[in-house]
Write a protein that binds this ligand. Structure first.
Ligand SMILES: NC(=O)c1ccc[n+]([C@@H]2O[C@H](COP(=O)([O-])OP(=O)(O)OC[C@H]3O[C@@H](n4cnc5c(N)ncnc54)[C@H](OP(=O)(O)O)[C@@H]3O)[C@@H](O)[C@H]2O)c1
Length: 122
């Protein structure tokens, strides 16, 4: 049976390469993205890979997205937590809001997706 893979931030950059490699290896890939609809559409048209938009930093959105994917395609076998943002600055220049946004997307996003997948299948 074809294994199902979800790649967060899978439409651009490193995530795009991961999505393409998983597809090449025979997995059914769903690539998540956060806001760039044009880039996601171009990626999906070019590769045939399904794309879905949600914010990995939003806990409920991750639970809902995992439920929707499992209902549409089947249980998620592979989860690649790639989505991330950069707000680099020295400590003096970095604002709390920048710090908080990076933690929310890069770190809490992984927890949110794990909850969405693992706890549904526990
Ligand atoms: N590039 C590097 O040199 C480097 C080095 C070390 C670590 N990393 C890490 O590797 C990962 C990928 O980096 P990259 O350079 O390939 O990034 P990128 O080109 O900026 O692509 C980021 C991807 O993540 C998505 N994304 C961003 N915020 C999101 C959110 N809140 N919810 C869902 N999706 C979101 C983007 O969607 P949209 O297209 O909609 O914006 C895009 O698909 C990141 O975690 C980054 O921190 C990168």
């Amino acid at each position: 049976m074809t294994r199902i893979a979800v790649v967060t931030g899978g439409t651009r950059g490193i995530g795009e390469a991961i999505s393409l490699k998983l597809k090449e290896k025979g997995r059914f890939v769903i690539a998540n993205y956060g806001g760039n609809d044009a880039a996601a559409k171009e990626f999906s048209d070019r590769t045939g890979i399904a794309v879905r938009k949600w914010d990995v930093g939003n806990h409920q959105a991750c639970l809902d997205a995992c439920a929707a994917i499992e209902s549409e395609f089947g249980p998620i076998d592979i989860m690649v937590n790639n989505a991330g943002i950069t707000r680099d600055a020295t400590m003096v220049k970095m604002t709390f809001e920048q710090w908080d946004e990076v933690i929310r997307v890069d770190l809490t996003g992984c927890f949110n997706m794990a909850k969405g997948r693992v706890c549904r299948n526990a």
